[in-house]
Design a protein around this ligand. Structure first.
Ligand code: HEC
Ligand code: HEC
Length: 401
């Protein structure tokens, strides 16, 4: 067959295969079984941005492309595998100094984030000896974040009870944080939603910071490398700044905004029993099952019920979970209620292991519940008093989310 004909035949065959695949993809067997699927209802143009963002999120940076000079990992995906949570293997450490009155993020000593890796020729950071607040964190899952961003402040604030007016021992409060100029939303204060202490209000801020702090990649939004005061001399990589365009950053933001939460598991009788217990012993006071989004420019995010199992508020969780780190108005014992959606698939991208809580300290759900103290103490105690069967039902419910 002449080359040209052969190529045409090949093209026809490939197109046929693509169409077949497409037909299959409308109802894939594993629908709702991953963290990396788009929300339903994206337009073709939006879907294209989603695909570009997906690729950028997985991209591994080389030194030539601008990695470092200081960094933690070489891609977003290293700490958010499969768009799920990270593991202690790719943990991130933040530090600071607390003198009993005020908190110092030790900017002059390379704080608040420890970059323990560096490109050749540059010394990595070490924990300064004066750091007495050391926070170990694993990457949270990154699906459903557009839905979280689309929940109006008023909906979140309606659940805040700063003075514990209802005297149930639980007093969720908002984190109030600032936003840099490049976000374009004014300096704030803004309601924090992202990060383990809700220290960030907008996804764009989170993404730009992650590029600069975690991978050492400068962007149109933040064209300067992270400082390295511990080195004593200016350090740089060979790639010209900015290393990444605003359009790639925007694609990543769009990707995170439109990642769908996975499908809920089956509601077996045991799961239903667990669901009842979750509500009756008080877990749902903080892990609020659903919040509603408002109007949004992305239709797929507008006026949706979000089954995230969080109030997105800060709670004092007691000494066992405390890290001593302050962020916005969050203190060293406060954490944002962890959303519980997707617990069903936690092991999927972690090689079969699970890692719960901000630092991934346990792979055992009961252990994660037992570590709840502070405002959650009485609810935790109620859990410990359940019968073995009831505890089993409650954990089966969690594993169905
Ligand atoms: C070294 C590991 C690491 C890398 C690399 C990393 N992240 Fe993260 N990510 C984390 C940790 C840890 C947190 C929680 C931070 C906190 O509590 O402030 C986080 C939080 C987030 C959040 C907020 C999620 C939530 O539920 O609140 C988003 C969004 C995010 N990262 C996106 C990214 C993007 C985009 C990149 C790449 C540009 C990236 N991350 C690279 C570890 C990492
Ligand atoms: C006072 C608020 C509060 C109450 C009540 C509460 N939690 Fe939590 N929960 C949190 C916070 C905050 C975190 C995040 C703590 C951390 O990461 O250190 C969390 C984390 C978790 C985690 C780990 C999630 C993850 O992704 O790693 C699970 C599981 C959990 N809670 C289940 C429960 C159950 C079950 C109950 C009821 C017995 C309960 N919680 C009651 C606030 C609460």
């Amino acid at each position: 067959m002449p080359t040209i004909l052969r190529n045409i035949t090949l093209a026809v065959l490939l197109t046929a295969a693509a169409i077949a695949c497409d037909a299959l993809l409308t109802e894939p067997a594993g629908e709702g079984e991953t963290f990396d699927a788009p929300l339903p209802g994206l337009t073709i143009v939006q879907h294209a941005a989603f695909v570009r963002g997906d690729e950028a999120f997985g991209k591994i940076f080389s030194v030539r492309e601008g990695l470092g000079p200081l960094f933690n990992q070489t891609s977003c995906e290293s700490c958010h595998p499969g768009d799920g949570r990270g593991s202690p293997r790719t943990k991130l450490v933040r530090f600071g100094f607390w003198n009993g009155v005020s908190f110092d993020p030790l900017l002059a000593r390379g704080g608040p984030q420890l970059q323990e890796r560096s490109i050749p020729g540059v010394t990595p950071e070490v924990l300064p000896p004066e750091a007495n607040a050391i926070s170990v964190r694993i990457g949270p899952p990154v699906f459903g974040l557009g839905l979280i961003e689309a929940i109006p402040d008023s909906v979140i604030l309606a659940n805040a009870d700063e003075t514990d007016a209802d005297a149930n021992g639980i007093s969720g409060r908002p984190n109030w944080v600032s936003a840099p100029d490049f976000v374009g939303m004014g300096p704030g204060p803004h309601l924090g939603r992202f990060g383990r202490k809700a220290g960030v209000a907008f996804l764009l801020h989170q993404v730009v910071n992650a590029y600069q702090q975690d991978i050492g990649i400068t962007t149109d939004y933040l064209p300067v490398e992270n400082a390295h005061p511990q080195a004593g001399v200016p350090v740089r990589d060979d790639a010209p700044d900015p290393e990444l365009s605003a359009s790639v950053v925007n694609d990543v933001v769009f990707y995170l905004q439109t990642l769908a939460p996975p499908r809920r598991g089956d509601e077996t009788p045991v799961v239903l029993r667990g669901k009842q217990l979750f509500a009756s012993i008080g877990c749902a006071s903080c892990h609020i099952p659903t919040l509603q989004t408002g109007n949004h420019a992305i239709t797929a995010l507008s006026n949706r019920e979000v089954e995230l199992f969080s109030d997105l508020l800060l709670h004092d969780m007691g000494p066992e979970l405390a890290d001593g780190l302050y962020e916005g108005v969050a203190t060293g014992t406060e954490w944002r209620t962890a959303p519980l959606w997707g617990l069903r698939l936690v092991r999927e991208f972690l090689g079969g292991a699970a890692a719960y809580l901000h630092d991934g300290r346990t792979s055992d759900l009961r252990e994660a519940i037992r570590a709840h103290g502070g405002e959650a103490q009485s609810v935790r105690d109620a859990f410990l008093q359940l019968s073995e069967q009831e505890k089993q039902a409650l954990t089966e419910f969690l594993e169905s989310l």
